[in-house]
Design a binder for this molecule. Sequence first.
Ligand SMILES: Cc1ncc(COP(=O)(O)O)c(C=O)c1O
Length: 428
Amino acid sequence: MKPHKPYRHRTLGSHRLSPETLAMSYGYDPKLSEGAVKAPLFMTSTFVFDSTQAGKEFFELAYGLRERKAGEDPGLIYSRINNPDLEILEDRLTLWDDAEDSLVFSSGMAAIATTIFAHVRPGDVVVHSEPVYGGSEFLLAHILPQFGVSRVGFAAGADPKPLADAIETAKKIGRVSVIYVETPANPTNDLVDIAACAAAAKGLHAAQNFRPVVMVDNTFLGPLWQHPLSHGADLVLYSLTKYVGGHSDVIAGCALGSQAALAAVRGFRTILGTMCDPHTGWLLMRSLETLKLRMTEAATNAKKIADFLVTHPKIDAVHYLGHLPPRSPAGRLFAKQCLSPGSTFSIDVKGGEAAAFRFLDSLKLMKLAVSLGGTESLAEHPASMTHSDIPPDAQQRLGITPSMVRLSIGIENADDLIVDLTQALNAV
Ligand SMILES: Cc1ncc(COP(=O)(O)O)c(C=O)c1O
């Protein structure tokens, strides 16, 4: 019999294997599934125990009634608690961000909400960057206050003063338990300095005798082009619906970080039931295999399209990270924190909302739809769609203008997309 290949090793000899290689094998032992090359879909709600004693021990571990013994794997119990497809997916999701552990959820919002709820208590304050995705904004503005948790926002950007001011304001309200960051910000692409947020958390630890958890929504650039844990974040959050899923056919999310930072989140997920289902988990494993190819091609296309749009007479501004002046504070932050400008960016069409609508209604290849990170290119109007929950004065302050259109560039032929954009701008 051939020696069994280790499926949990991240190295071959002394060579460290890349995430795109490990996406085909990591976390899955074919011996456990009749030698199937691909992990089967475990469509089951519950699992048979070998004995009553085994079931008892599995529950003790799952409910934190005892410590894990050396080498002990948590036994499979019930798919709200664990499922092979979700466990393999979670192992693979740790690879790009080099995280200790991960948890998958039924949506990006399920990941964000469950993770924040696990780390706040009544009277606490969340300090967060602005703007954030409309759903996250709603959670911070309207849901958390119902549980006695308030928020203080600070404008995203390279200037450190808004963060410092927000922390001073928050300290007067209550214990700061979470610093929540979305960088690049949806839809403006403004950046937030993750290391500065980690330093602020350290400062707060000394001041309030409690270190806030730094959470970064890495949906826009991750997991290829930005790794918040390496800049001092405690937890990374994703809408897996976007680049990781990558085909606009699943809704899912995840949280990544240390086992310690995720322990409470795991407990909340089990009881709130916000995990993703096995079929979605299986599809996401398939998506991970092509993640690097898709994100790389989309980023190449986005550069061509941003370079085309920036000189177009009907465009006022292109908020593309690759166009930041390298010596500007934002350009330096980009160089420090990001590995690519990615492929989602907004443009301001000359002529306000009417011009933006005319442009969007005239696109033929690019689809008028919210979401991003799929193989196909999408375009939407943040002020009236994804970010419509943000009041108009705040939209104006944060740069979400009526003329702004958000583009998510896919993996079609870039020249075809440029022809489409040209004819739509001609119609304006
Ligand atoms: C930056 C960002 N975070 C989170 C979400 C929420 O993800 P989901 O729609 O998977 O719940 C979105 C959705 O558009 C997003 O753009």
